[in-house]
Design a protein around this ligand. Structure first.
Ligand SMILES: NC(=O)c1ccc[n+]([C@@H]2O[C@H](COP(=O)([O-])OP(=O)(O)OC[C@H]3O[C@@H](n4cnc5c(N)ncnc54)[C@H](O)[C@@H]3O)[C@@H](O)[C@H]2O)c1
Ligand SMILES: [Zn+2]
Ligand SMILES: [Zn+2]
Length: 403
């Protein structure tokens, strides 16, 4: 079958690989009908999330049809149409029973201390072959897949695999409640869904910060107020918009590949620039950019810093942008001095997604409207490159497979 395979930092290929097969009684095999490229995948190719194993199939977002189930999978049968959660969970350990499925004690083959197990990630997350392929093996299938109603299309469902639940979870981590002024850092697809999620959870206003104009235009269309950090100082802008109080909540939908402003009043230079350069060295020691491709973000802690600066005293920060274990810079003293609450993590997909499926099926919200590109898996590498360069319009790429 065809699959997108990680060979090295800056080196991914569309390969012909062996079809997956059942390896454990809890597995299922799914024929993938829709997959997608995520901002998380870029961290692995830029080298800002290290520890990938050569040969790992990339991708952790997919929709498909079950073709085979292992002997312990009792709730699914061949022919079922499912959305696959990005994170795997056993469904029976203490964490799973609490709904904290991203910290399942059992799913990660590296043991309970290893943390989240997800598809197509570094060795410490499994590694489990990913979903940018024609077929996939789904470990712990009973908890890792959710059945889809016929009313939901593949294009709607693909955003229920990771993006919508992650953004919803981010708004929950930030404690969004009625009337809050919420800042969303990052207007990528996760940021766009964070805007929608914050409004649905009661936010009174949502302010979105990014440096890319066409992404900000989309956020404005969702009802957000927007700030381009290459034109305005985002901390000053948020203070101006909140009577100098700051935001009630900030959702960080940027993560480790954060950029520093290149122009405008917030442009970074001098000692601050050198400090960022050192951070890049620390978090992406093996980065290997090819011209403007696969470049790590040049301000790894920029979003963290702004979040702490622009949130009100006693404010709340929810971090869903991914940071690798090598990221050690955080403005903890400034946060302490403002009595902030900071929560973070990988989405508990199994617990978060089901009510969102109902919301989409009921027509409350159409996530498919936010997919900007549809590409066949044969064109996946070129699509990755355009997405990595953040070419205008390339916010979310859905991949279709012809299997
Ligand atoms: N926690 C989870 O479960 C989970 C799940 C999915 C994705 N993620 C993470 O969410 C983040 C966003 O994902 P995406 O697919 O939208 O990625 P993306 O790369 O498409 O979007 C990131 C956006 O952040 C913007 N940005 C860069 N520097 C910034 C800064 N200093 N301030 C504000 N905006 C800045 C970029 O211009 C870009 O538009 C990634 O880090 C991804 O790994 C986390
Ligand atoms: Zn994702
Ligand atoms: Zn578990």
């Amino acid at each position: 079958m065809k699959a997108v395979v990680w060979h090295g930092i800056g080196d991914i290929r569309l390969d012909e690989v062996a079809d997956p097969r059942i390896e454990d009684g809890h597995d299922a095999i799914v024929r993938i009908t829709r997959s997608a490229i995520c901002g998380t995948d870029l961290h692995f190719i830029r080298g800002t999330m290290s520890g990938m194993k050569e040969g790992t199939i990339l991708g952790h977002e997919a929709v498909g049809i079950v073709t085979e189930v292992g002997e312990h999978v009792r709730g699914f049968q061949p022919g079922d149409r499912v959305v696959i959660n990005s994170t795997m969970s056993c469904g029976a350990c203490r964490y799973c029973r609490e709904g904290h499925t991203a910290q399942c004690d059992v799913a990660n083959p590296n043991g309970p201390e290893a943390g989240t197990c997800f598809f197509g990630g570094p060795e410490t997350t499994g590694p489990v072959n990913g979903l940018q392929a024609e077929y996939a093996r789904i470990p712990w299938a009973q908890n890792t897949m959710t059945k889809l109603p016929d009313a939901i299309t593949d294009d709607q469902a693909i955003l229920l695999s990771d993006i919508f639940p992650t953004a919803w979870f981010g708004a929950q981590l930030a404690g969004v409640s009625r009337g809050d002024i919420v800042v969303v850092l990052g207007a990528g697809i996760v940021g766009q869904f964070a805007v929608a999620s914050a409004f649905k959870q009661g936010a009174g206003r949502v302010i979105v910060v990014d440096g890319i104009a066409d992404r900000l235009d989309r956020a404005r269309a969702l009802g957000a107020e927007v700030v381009n950090f290459n034109d305005d100082d985002p901390v000053e802008a948020v203070m101006n918009l909140t009577n100098a109080i700051g935001a009630d909540c900030v959702i960080d939908a940027v993560g480790i590949d954060a950029e520093r402003p290149k122009s405008g009043p917030a442009a970074v230079d001098g000692e601050d620039g050198k400090a960022f350069d050192e951070e890049v060295q620390q978090v992406a020691p093996e980065a290997d950019p090819d011209g403007d491709l696969w470049r790590p973000g040049d301000g790894p802690s920029q979003a963290s810093r702004w979040a702490v600066e622009m949130v009100a005293k006693y404010g709340r920060i929810g971090i869903i942008g991914v940071y690798s274990p090598l990221a050690e810079v955080y403005p903890i003293g400034a946060a302490m001095n403002k009595n902030l609450t900071i929560r973070m993590g990988n989405c508990d997909h199994h617990s978060v997604t089901p009510p969102l499926i109902d919301m989409v099926a009921a027509g409350v919200f159409d996530p498919a409207a936010l997919i900007t590109e549809h590409e066949p898996i044969d064109d996946a590498i070129a699509a990755y490159e355009a997405f990595d360069r953040r070419e205008p319009g390339w916010i979310k790429v859905a991949l279709s497979t012809g299997a």
